[in-house]
Design a protein around this ligand. Structure first.
Ligand code: NAP
Length: 350
């Protein structure tokens, strides 16, 4: 995700674009309009100050030191159509310093602190918002954070917010299932709509990167590993979080098309045994679906086990995740097979 060398090279090339039209599209258009309207024939004093180059619009990116925000900040910086204001509570973080080297403005702010957000969101065109449920595992806190940003965006008349949302499972299932890290985001989506904000929600599926930590294959015998994911034989959507940035960039570039939409993302929808087979092929290890049940999973002794068990129950209902649209928005987004071939060495080291 953070290959500074190649990225810097590509950015340099982009900045050195060979024509004025490429580097300064607005300048090119302004000049064309002046020519078309015959303004070139006016007396100098009637021409006004001449064509001006509009500065790129600023997008504030929350979570810039993390998976989602990092991917978005990187994609926007590489593209160059927007300026990036990377928001963090700790500007000294390595990931944030890397973004600074690539041209991002770094601003210290905290989603729990309104005053800091009022400073951070001054004069922005757009906002990418991701809230982190897992830091406190507190739905009400996450909801307050989202509403706080929504209200400030409304106060500052922010033109486009891309929010990393998810379904309000509790509402969708009439209270039969509640998945707090989904429900809070669903309520934030609803709040953005209630106040009439110009918002697009992107709903991430399971990150492929989860297979490197929280859902990694676990050793179950000599050279034998299992994937403990209770999907009951139902396929599960997935995507590399690295590819979110390209999706969000395309959305920011086409506000009229995507404001008001909820976009479920996915680049692959595979059964756990199919994920396991691809992993086995790339790692040379034997990895299988353990076929763990939801009940066995929720009895696991780690924080969040019960919540994740409920999430898998919701995944079994096949929430809307649109592979065609995801690939249309980001044609370079990787399938699981492609992602595995790039990441196989990070996989099983024991
Ligand atoms: P991450 O890599 O752990 O990064 C979390 C980011 O949130 C950090 O950059 C952190 O910034 C920022 N942050 C946390 N609390 C903050 C606060 N009070 N003020 C400002 N910034 C704050 O997390 P991620 O994976 O990008 O995003 C996590 C979210 O993704 C969770 O809510 C989760 O439910 C959702 N999600 C995950 C998956 C999945 O498969 N894993 C799928 C769908 C949705 P600083 O520390 O630099 O301030």
């Amino acid at each position: 995700m953070r290959k500074a060398g190649t990225t810097q090279l590509r950015m340099r090339k982009a900045r050195q674009g060979s024509s004025t039209q490429l580097r300064f599209p607005c300048l090119y258009i302004c000049i064309s309009i002046h020519k078309a309207e015959g303004l070139g024939g006016l007396r100098p004093e009637a021409r006004g100050p001449g064509p001006t180059v509009a500065a790129p619009r600023t997008v504030a990116v929350f979570g810039a030191s993390g998976y989602q925000g990092g991917s978005v900040a990187m994609a926007l910086l590489k593209d160059g159509s927007f300026k990036v204001r990377a928001i963090t509570r700790n500007p000294r973080k390595k990931a944030v310093q890397e973004l600074k080297h690539l041209g991002a403005e770094i601003v210290k702010a905290d989603l729990d602190n309104e005053k800091s957000l009022l400073e951070a969101l001054k004069d922005v065109y757009g906002v990418f918002l991701v809230t982190d449920y897992w830091e406190y595992m507190d739905k009400d806190r996450e909801l307050k954070q989202g509403k706080r940003v929504a209200d400030i965006c409304s106060q500052f008349d922010v033109k486009h917010i891309v929010f990393s949302g998810l379904e309000n499972v509790k509402k969708l299932t009439d209270g039969k299932l509640d998945v707090p890290h989904f429900d809070g985001k669903g309520e934030i989506e609803e709040y953005f709509r209630e106040i009439g904000a110009r918002m697009t929600s992107v709903r991430m599926p399971d990150y492929f990167e989860n297979f490197l930590h929280v859902f990694r294959p676990v050793k179950s015998g000599k050279e034998y590993y299992v994937l403990d994911i209770p999907m009951g034989g139902v396929p599960m959507d997935g995507m590399s979080v690295e590819d979110l940035g390209g999706v969000v960039l395309a959305i920011f570039k086409n506000p009229e098309k995507y404001i008001g939409k909820e976009i479920g993302l996915s680049t692959d929808k595979l059964k756990i045994e199919e994920y396991a087979a691809i992993m086995s092929r790339h790692t040379g290890k034997s990895i299988q679906d353990s076929k763990i049940s939801v009940k066995e999973y929720e009895e696991r002794n780690f924080p969040g086990a019960q919540e994740l068990a409920k999430m898998f129950q919701f995944y079994m209902k096949q929430p809307d995740r649109n592979k065609d649209l995801t690939l249309m928005l980001n044609p370079e987004a990787q399938s699981f097979e492609e992602w595995m071939s790039k990441n196989k060495n990070a996989f099983i080291n024991d």
